[in-house]
Every structure is written in structure tokens, then in C-alpha cells.
Ligand binder design. Structure first.
Ligand code: BES
Ligand code: ZN
Ligand code: ZN
Length: 470
């Protein structure tokens, strides 16, 4: 969609009017209907007709506390009503702050997401122009909202894509193309290079698949000769069968989404580059397919890792922490970032703990976790802290190797997974792990089956923005 700034609303044309809770008096300007029966409840939508037969879409934006969900309200409006829109539509933006306008545009853009990429007969998408009225200069908000929505849609398309299309190699190509379009550096390490450089854990996870693993390194460094401000690492398992510790077939098809962390990393680097933020960031994606095969790694195997620490495999379904161990150790040794954040659909345990409404957050740096909590609340992509107490460490003891990949106990799974990762961070003082298994992929009003949420791109980009402001 295109977005245009206008000074005044033309009341004879179609328009969208955001209405706060119990504030329908503001509607008098646009309709002659005396008693508009619309109370502005969050997410409620109603269509009226104006004097010239033009359509007026009322969108309830609720109370002040609902402001953090504004993106969602506009997404819903676009998703539900765009089929009735004419080519251009106006949005009454006078009552919206600059930040609200950015959120509104992001939401409208998200509402255009088409989940049916693989249908043989695709619906033809209309190219709408949304004209936003405001007395303020909102050009940068329109641009940022559009770029954010577009990037999140691209990330959703990746997570929703089936694993036969979305191989590790495919993710590498995606990153290469994105880097050319958005001006950052992208390196894809293939099998020979991974072997040579010692990514043994990534190799072990991927060795049972016909689709070989890759490690993607995206560098966006506008501050020449300066340190890396933030290093991001993403779990990119393109399909998680569990390996020889095989998963049950119920809902197994959803394991195509086990690269949700990688998708966030790819999306954030692309968006930060598009927004030309003045911050040096590196994104590392460790991608493999966890398959069942005669070449698959086995429970009981002892493998090496990029760090040199040896790992006893107890369960081949605890594969995410293995690829992340290599990714974390690599980014810390090679790029020495000030802060490191990894994102992964890592454990079923975090879903048991927090459900679908917050990611599990682990960090050894309270300043980082406080900041992330704040940004998470503001973007409505929430995080909740979980502990890294030393007491959990003994669960990862191995008699035969430096550590094992699973405690073997059905308790505190998200925490022991985080403790495992910590062992590969070289005692970095500013590390954060986000377990996004419950929030990355799930039910929504926009699809009949579970689908990608796009969680994380706005969270991490806005977190990075706070670094630019420092
Ligand atoms: N990819 C899964 C975690 C997951 C579960 C993601 C549900 C999204 C939804 C991960 O690789 C996994 O299988 N974890 C196991 C670890 C266990 C074997 C130690 C789990 O959490 O059950
Ligand atoms: Zn697994
Ligand atoms: Zn997994």
C-alpha cells in the first residue's frame, strides 16, 4: 500500500475514523446521523454512509490502556474491510499522535498479509493509497510504519512457508537477496566452510537431512570502525522432527515454524537497514533441518562444538540449543558485540509456563531486561523474566562429556535450556535469551489454522532504537 500525508479530509470520499471509547461525539463532523450507535470499544468496527454515499469506517480504539494494541486494531480493520475499499481511502489522523500514526500504518500494512502464497489461484491484491490527515509532519511516521509492516509480512511469509520450500539454503538465499535490496553485508557459510570453521554442533543437528545446514551472517555497520553494538542469534530449524528422539505426529506439521527465531533476526537486520538506524548490528542465523535418517546424530553421541566444549546428546529433540551454542559462541568470539540477544522457539516448557502471551526472557544484565520489558509492553510483544540461578546447572552434568543437552527431567525445561546456552556465552556480561516458542506461531483471527504471528521484529527493532537514542 502507499501512504500519503494530506492536510484536510474530503468528507465526500471514503474514510476511516478512529473512535476512542465513549467518544462518538467526534463523529458529528463526518455524518449527519444524530445518534451513532458506536461506543468505540477496542477493535469494534462499523460502517456508515456519508452524505455522498461515501463509506465511513468507524474503528474503536478503546481506552488509553489499549493504546499499546493500536497496531492490532488497524490490522483488523484492514483485514476485514479492505474488500470493500476503493483505490484510495482517507484516515482521519488529527486525534492521533505521531507514534499512533506509525502504529496505524504498520497495522494497515499487516492487514494486507496474504497467507495463501501457495494457492494456485491467488487473489489479486489491490494497490491502495491511504491518505492520512494530520496537522503535524508525519512523513517519517508513514514511511516507518510502511517499512515495518512490509518487513513483518515478509517474515510471516517465511515462518508460514512449508519446509519443503524453506530449506536452510533457501533461508541463505533469502538473506542474500535482502542484503542486496537493503544494503547490508551477508555471508552464507555452507557445509565445507562450517566443517572447516568448527561449527560441529550445527553440523551434527543437520547431518541427517538431505538439505545441508548453513550459517548466515548479516552485518549492518553504518558506524565505520566502531564496535558492534548488538549481536543477534536466531534458531533456524527449518523442520524439527525431533530426530531419532522422534516427536509424535500430532501437530508435527507446525514444526515448520521452528525457525521463528531466525526469521526475527533476518527481519530485524533488514528493517534496521531500511530505516538506516545509526547502530552497528550483526545477525547470525544457524539453520539446519532436524531429520530422521541413517546419518542422523543419535542419543548417546558425544559431539564437539564451536566453543571446543564437548556435548553428550541425551535427546536429539533438544537440537535448538545445539545450533544456538555454536551461533552464540561464534558471534561473541568473532564480533565481540556490546550486547548479545538470541531468539529461539526453544522449548515446549516455556509454553507450559507462560502460554501464548509472553516470551520467556533470561538475562544476566538487569538493565537490558528492564529495557526489554518496557519495549515489550509498549509494542505489545511482551517478555517475562525467568531465572538463571546456578542451582539449575548440575542438571546439565555429563559423566562422559563437558555437558549434556538435556537434564532428562520433566521440570524447568526452559530454564535448563537457557543454562545450557549460557555455557557458550564466554561469560559475556550482557547476554539475553528469549524463548519465543509460545508467541511466534499460533492461533489468531486471521487464519483457520495456527500461523506466524510476526512476534519479535517490532520488539527487537524498537529495543535497538533505544540504543540509537543513548
Ligand atoms: N522446537 C521445539 C520446541 C517447541 C515446542 C517449539 C513447541 C514450538 C512449540 C524444541 O526443539 C524441542 O523439541 N524441545 C524439547 C526439548 C526437550 C526434548 C528437552 C521440548 O521442549 O520438549
Ligand atoms: Zn526439538
Ligand atoms: Zn526445535
Amino acid at each position: 500500500m502507499d501512504y500519503k500525508h494530506i492536510q484536510n479530509i474530503d468528507k465526500t470520499k471514503d474514510l476511516i475514523v478512529p473512535v476512542k471509547k465513549n467518544d462518538s461525539k467526534s463523529l458529528k463532523k463526518y455524518t449527519s446521523v444524530k445518534d451513532v450507535n458506536f461506543n468505540g470499544d477496542f477493535g469494534s468496527i462499523s460502517t456508515l454512509y456519508g452524505a455522498k454515499g461515501n463509506k465511513i469506517y468507524l474503528l474503536g480504539i478503546g481506552e488509553d490502556k489499549d493504546n499499546v494494541k493500536l497496531v492490532e486494531a488497524f490490522r483488523k480493520l484492514c483485514f476485514e474491510t479492505k474488500k470493500y475499499w476503493s483505490k484510495s481511502i482517507q484516515l482521519v489522523g488529527e486525534e492521533l499522535s505521531e507514534d499512533d500514526i506509525r502504529k496505524a500504518v504498520t497495522g494497515l500494512e499487516l492487514g494486507t498479509y496474504d497467507i495463501g502464497q501457495f494457492k494456485s489461484k491467488k487473489e489479486k491484491a489491490t494497490k491502495f493509497t491511504v491518505e492520512v490527515s494530520s496537522s503535524k509532519n508525519i512523513i517519517s511516521q508513514l514511511q516507518e510504519g510502511k517499512l515495518t509492516g512490509e518487513t513483518v509480512n515478509r517474515i510471516k511469509a517465511l515462518v508460514d512457508a512449508p519446509a519443503n520450500h524453506k530449506t536452510p539454503e533457501f533461508l541463505g538465499n533469502w538473506a542474500k537477496e535482502s542484503s542486496k535490496a537493503s544494503n547490508y553485508k551477508c555471508t552464507v557459510l555452507h557445509q565445507d566452510e562450517l566443517k572447516k570453521q568448527g561449527f560441529d554442533a550445527v553440523m551434527a543437528v543437520g547431518q541427517g537431512s538431505a538439505n545441508p545446514p548453513v550459517v548466515i551472517i548479516n552485518e549492518y555497520m553504518p558506524k565505520k570502525g566502531k564496535k558492534v553494538d548488538i549481536g543477534l542469534v536466531g534458531k533456524g530449524i527449518t523442520f524439527d522432527t525431533g530426530g531419532l528422539s522422534i516427536k509424535s505426529s500430532t501437530n508435527l506439521h507446525y514444526m515448520k515454524s521452528d525457525m521463528g527465531g531466525a526469521a526475527v533476526v533476518l527481519g530485524v537486520v533488514e528493517l534496521v537497514a531500511k530505516l538506516k538506524l545509526n547502530v552497528n548490528i550483526v545477525g547470525v542465523v544457524c539453520s539446519a533441518e532436524n531429520a530422521v535418517d541413517s546419518n542422523s546424530y543419535r542419543p548417546g553421541d558425544v559431539i564437539n562444538s564451536y566453543s571446543g566444549k564437548t556435548i553428550e546428546i541425551i535427546d536429539t529433540d533438544a537440537e535448538g540449543r545445539l545450533v544456538l551454542a555454536d551461533g552464540l559462541n561464534y558471534i561473541i568470539k568473532k564480533f565481540k558485540p556490546e550486547q548479545v540477544i538470541d531468539l529461539a522457539t526453544l522449548t515446549g516448557s516455556v509454553v507450559q509456563t507462560l502460554g501464548y502471551f509472553a516470551a520467556g526472557m533470561f538475562s544476566n544484565n538487569t538493565e537490558m531486561s528492564n529495557q526489554m520489558s518496557k519495549v515489550g509492553y509498549e509494542t505489545n510483544e511482551r517478555v517475562w523474566p525467568l531465572p538463571l540461578f546456578e542451582d539449575y546447572e548440575s542438571d546439565l552434568h555429563s559423566d562422559v562429556a563437558d555437558l549434556r543437552n538435556f537434564s532428562g527431567k520433566p521440570i524447568a525445561g526452559a530454564i535448563t535450556a537457557a543454562k545450557f546456552l549460557e555455557a557458550f556465552t564466554e561469560e559475556h556480561k550482557s547476554w539475553m535469551h528469549l524463548d519465543i516458542a509460545g508467541v511466534s506461531f499460533g492461533d489468531s483471527p486471521y487464519a483457520k489454522m495456527k500461523s506466524a504471528s510476526g512476534y519479535g521484529v517490532q520488539l527487537i527493532t524498537n529495543y535497538i532504537k533505544t540504543k540509537v537514542a543513548e
